[in-house]
Design a protein around this ligand. Structure first.
Ligand code: SF4
Length: 201
């Protein structure tokens, strides 16, 4: 268990609770959430999925159509590609935790609105606190800008480690963006190989 601190915004951490129990509690709160209008159009909430003791936590943007239908993050074509990318870093899906900035699907996969990000991200913060990963791999502009509190774009930041508190933040392109763009594909695959090196180091 690696809980960074006990200041949870969305759950009351109980004495002796471990990461898995905390994540389940946070997931329970997210499952009932109606804090923003995105709850109206969702089929399922997509809280996140993976290893509660993950050394690497990946953060994307928001659920898409397949994710909304299944309630799991990264299950469509971009998800299959992400599995391949993790393998380049020597990781399996069972070893990591995957979440998004938003937990409900925006209509027609539009970009998250700033007010939705403000409203939803206490959940993400609490998930990060519950897991306490060594690496936060931010995928795409929205998660990178939120976690690094920067206006610099992913094109400039990908593949570089930046410390944010005790976390090593490692931005990469969003797998969905890289899927059909050969230039981004070369970059994201090199970045995941580098992540593998960093994990060994
Ligand atoms: S997107 Fe986040 S804040 Fe909005 S309803 Fe879903 S879980 Fe709640």
């Amino acid at each position: 268990m690696a809980i960074v601190n006990s200041h949870f915004a969305t759950v009351q951490a109980k004495e002796g609770e471990d990461s898995a129990q905390l994540l389940a509690d946070i997931e329970g709160v997210i499952g009932q959430c109606r804090r923003c209008a995105l709850c109206e159009g969702r089929t399922n909430v997509v809280p996140g999925f993976g290893n509660p003791a993950a050394r690497v936590m990946l953060v994307g943007e928001a659920p898409g159509k397949n994710e909304d239908l299944q309630g799991r993050p990264f299950v469509g074509a971009a998800g299959h590609y992400l599995t391949d990318l993790l393998a380049l870093a020597g990781l399996s899906r069972d070893e990591v935790f995957i979440a998004n900035v938003l937990k409900c699907r925006p209509p027609s996969n539009r970009d998250p609105h700033p007010d939705e990000i403000v409203t939803c991200t206490p959940y993400l913060r609490d998930q990060v606190r519950a897991i306490g990963p060594e690496f936060l791999v931010t995928m795409g502009n929205f998660s990178t800008k939120f976690i690094l509190k920067t206006e610099r774009g992913i094109t400039r930041l990908h593949g570089q480690v930046t410390m944010a508190g005790r976390f090593k933040v490692f931005p990469v392109y969003h797998p969905a963006a890289a899927l059909y763009d050969p230039t981004k594909q070369v970059a994201i695959e090199a970045d995941f190989r580098r992540l593998g090196e960093l994990l060994k180091g």
